[in-house]
Design a protein around this ligand. Structure first.
Ligand code: ADP
Ligand code: MG
Length: 292
């Protein structure tokens, strides 16, 4: 009955938009004990929007946004796109950036009108040797509110913070609850700040958060969770997630994600709905029962 059970399971999945790439993917789905979920674009919609623009004493809000937008125009990061869109909505004229440098997992640096502008997380500010000063408290407040706080330094001085929100997908809390009901541990994995990630995790009912992970370190985190022979599934959407999807016992890609993620994964969720993660595991379990 093995091939029949596999065909039934694959067909059941296909009807729900859960594409198992092969028989092995279906069988592994039954054995998953830990589900690691990428935050941005997987648990959240991946449509960041600027909510706050905070400045210190050195530049005005408009000036800050002009400088930041100039740098971020050169970047392809989703946070960068949100900032550029926001500046555009306010009718701020874009400036030219020179000597642009992308710093993966940190942010970006460039020169705008002879001034050196650094845009990114706390780690970037440390790297640039910029003390946060009075803006540290504002950064913390934004992070505790679940915002991604993007710090801005101009000529080595902290000049402002841009708060960015990325709404959770509507079904994320239900997906987490359903996974818990299946006896599966749920872990959030993200490059974002710890306070921001923890706030969002709490809203979704996730108890384990691994935050501030550099793009190249996601796979190593999955490997750590595999300790003791635990079967780990990784759910992700981004180019950054591909090595972790490959490393996991079961890689699950969000259908709306990047081609690399979809190609690397064992299972693809065509509807991009986190609720289809527990669905995949249930179909796997049902299939395995029929094979015994
Ligand atoms: P993730 O997309 O999972 O948050 P990344 O590794 O792409 O992970 O980025 C980690 C963090 O680095 C982001 O949360 C952000 O704080 C900062 N960052 C990276 N690139 C940029 C950028 N172009 N502009 C502002 N912040 C950035
Ligand atoms: Mg993502």
């Amino acid at each position: 009955a093995t091939p029949t059970a596999i065909m039934v399971g694959t067909g059941l999945g296909a009807r729900r938009g859960v594409l198992f790439k092969n028989a092995m993917a279906l069988e592994t789905s039954a054995r998953v004990q830990v589900v690691v979920m990428d935050k941005t674009g997987t648990l959240t919609k991946g449509e960041p929007e600027v909510t706050d623009v905070v400045v210190g004493d050195t530049v005005t809000q408009e000036e800050l946004l002009r400088l930041v937008a100039a740098v971020e125009r050169e970047s392809e990061h989703p946070l960068a796109e949100a900032i550029v869109r926001h500046a555009g909505d306010l009718g701020l004229e874009p400036r030219r950036a020179e000597r642009f440098e992308n710093v993966p997992g940190h942010g970006a640096v460039a020169e705008v009108g002879g001034r050196k502008v650094a845009v990114g997380n706390r780690r970037l500010m440390e790297r640039e040797g910029v003390p946060l000063g009075k803006l540290a408290g504002r950064r913390q407040e934004l992070a505790e509110g679940g915002r991604t706080a993007v710090m801005v330094a101009v000529d080595g001085t902290a000049a402002g913070v841009v708060g960015i929100a990325d709404a959770a997908r509507e079904t994320s809390p239900a997906a987490v609850a359903a996974l818990h009901e299946l006896g599966v541990e749920v872990v959030m994995l993200t490059g974002d700040n710890a306070a921001t990630a923890e706030r969002i995790a709490r809203q979704l009912g996730i108890d384990t958060v691994i935050a501030e992970v550099l793009p190249g370190d996601k796979a190593a985190k999955v490997a750590e969770l595999q300790g003791g022979g635990r079967k780990v599934a990784m759910v992700g959407d981004g180019v950054n997630d591909a090595p972790a999807l490959a490393r996991a016992d079961l890689g699950i890609a969000i259908g709306a994600g990047t081609d690399v993620a979809i190609e690397t994964a064992d299972v693809v969720l065509m509807r991009s709905d986190p609720l289809d993660v527990p669905t995949a595991l249930r179909i796997g379990r049902g299939t395995l029962r029929k094979m015994r």
